[in-house]
Design a protein around this ligand. Sequence first.
Ligand code: PLP
Length: 379
Amino acid sequence: MPRPILATVHLNALKHNLQTVSHHLRCLSRTGETTPFIWAVIKANAYGHGIENAVKGFELADGLAMLDFEEAARCRVAGWLKPLLMLEGFFQARDLFDIENLSLTPVVHRFDQIEWLAQHPFKRPIDVYLKVNTGMQRLGFAPADYASAFKQLQALQATGQVHHITHMSHFACADEPDGVASQIQSFDVVTAHLPGGESLCNSAASLRHGAVASRARPMTTQVPNSVRPGICLYGSSPFTDLTAASFDLKPTLTLSAEIIGVQHVKKGSGVGYGHQFIAPHDMCVGIVSCGYADGYPRHATDSTPVGVQGQLTHLVGRVSMDMLAIDLTALPQAQVGTPVILWGEGGPNVDTVAQHASTIGYELLCAVAQRVKRQVNHV
Ligand SMILES: Cc1ncc(COP(=O)(O)O)c(C=O)c1O
């Protein structure tokens, strides 16, 4: 018998969330403007869901975006024929052989990458995304250098090494109501007179500022604008003030375990390491086969909800490496073998658990440990 803990990936929820985001963008686009091309972001093993599952779940996406060449290769092996965007570009000149062989679209964000492109013996031209740093202060050319970088890439269009150039930037505060205005202003100043499509929006911007995603470029272009949603496709909200359910986004990964022990704890007794929790009355406590080595957050507080038999109860005491304790006092039917939903279908949303652990849904989804077996649910 394997240890009773499981991460179930819901393929239909991945499909549903992609459709929901696409519909949302269509509704937000102004008349006459087109729905943008959607890159489903699948970096970090598809936010913990597995690359191959993401390839199936996002089969209707226009493209997939990631960072690792190995993950890009897995997409091709899994049968993905559409575009793949490499969000950190390439790290050394010889990566361009992978870019060419796997037909990848790299982000270009440094001048040395342009030199490597210029020296590479391409058999056919590749599409590139040119990134400008409009305020995130992470990757991208300084606005003052952008025109020069664009000109150098245009020269490579003339020599048949580069095909389309798309203008790209990344928002730092798109989760805030007013969070994109200054970066858009800076982006427009730099790119307004340059040909090519644009790509700006992550999940937060797609959901909160979706009209930006489908706005028309001042210069005509053959390439549509594109968006790069990630977290929302996995049923988690990028916002602290708006839930995933409020956007009709469904949980895509359920983390479940079982009760493997039951303790009858007297009022005043401590539970778990450090006796951090003291029973306020006589209690029934269930010991669950999930701990921080499985990816459950160690800092989750006593009030963190879990689902048991269709009801919510909560953690008691510190999470240990392989186990955690929950209050079963109001659940007399629960016993050894009863399933416990840590998050996902039948339990709390991953974002609720994250809030109780002072973190974000992204971190919990990515942190589900290798030792937790993944199963795929097709319905
Ligand atoms: C460049 C870029 N685009 C898009 C995304 C997707 O972001 P999110 O998961 O917040 O939608 C990321 C993720 O960090 C990113 O780095």
